[in-house]
Design a protein. Structure first.
Length: 260
């Protein structure tokens, strides 16, 4: 059974200039333990879809289930089943890594003992042991992103949504996060829903890629299948394939490395 399933998922915004159809009907299926790369140009409906699937924005049309919970009828069930790591992060710079992780566990109604144990488990798994008592403001860029992901995993979600997880990181930190995403799938069976503007990242990580454009799904398949169908050969780059599908390039990203 699909862990994420949508049918005609849509969102229309009301503006002074009239209605704007940001998402015009997304049909999507994501299987358990799959890493899905969710790509699209600016304005394609990618972020709006992500916000709907994480219950941050109510759909105006269609239907969806996430981890067996109806998006509209049971948003609390969806929130219990998913972890969400936003591009900007959300840690308190004035507290320690340990405090952040324990507090996150308590917010998901773990007992204090359970939250402390889970914090230690996550620190060991994500390589944060040595910085547990360091204030989050003193962390490197790579360490902060690992902490963001650890907080998203505090309640052992079935689905982890990662929104531009490596933007601004240097190559070594990016490679470390790629390895982490693979381990989440391989060792824990976590389904990962990944948005990124780094096409090499999607090519390296995703089991399957969905390209959205103008509010609908424009292409869906493995990286190899999309290259063959739209790029002309299996040796085509994902960049060329993306351009062939959308006629537009991905949004520019800030490639300035963050010190580690």
């Amino acid at each position: 059974m699909a862990v994420i399933s949508t049918s005609g998922l849509a969102r229309t915004f009301s503006t002074r200039q009239g209605p704007v159809e940001a998402v015009r009907g997304i049909d999507l299926r994501v299987d358990p333990g799959e890493i899905l790369g969710f790509l699209g140009p600016n304005g394609a409906g990618k972020t709006t879809t992500l916000r709907m699937l994480t219950t941050l924005l109510a759909p105006t049309g269609g239907a969806a289930t996430v981890a067996g919970c109806d998006l509209v009828a049971d948003p609390a069930g969806v929130r219990r089943a998913v972890g969400y790591v936003a591009q900007s992060g959300g840690v308190d710079p004035h507290v320690s890594v340990r405090e952040e992780l324990v507090t996150q566990g308590r917010l998901y109604r773990l007992t204090r003992a359970q939250a402390v144990a889970r914090a230690d488990e996550l620190a060991a798994d994500l390589g944060l042991d040595a910085v547990m008592d360091r204030r989050t403001a003193a962390l490197s860029g790579g360490q902060r992103r690992r902490l963001d992901i650890a907080m998203g995993l505090a309640h052992r979600p079935a689905v982890l949504f990662l929104d531009e997880p490596t933007t601004g990181l240097d190559p070594a930190s990016r490679a470390g996060l790629w390895d982490l995403v693979r381990r989440l799938r391989d060792e824990h069976g976590t389904t990962v829903f990944l948005t990124t503007h780094y096409l090499d990242e999607a090519d390296a990580l995703a089991d399957r890629i969905v390209v959205v454009d103008r509010g609908v799904v424009a292409a869906d398949g493995t990286p190899e299948a999309l290259k063959q169908a739209h790029g002309g050969s299996a040796q085509a780059t994902l960049q060329d394939t993306f351009l062939a599908i959308t006629g537009r390039g991905p949004a520019p990203v800030d490639s300035t490395p963050v010190a580690v």
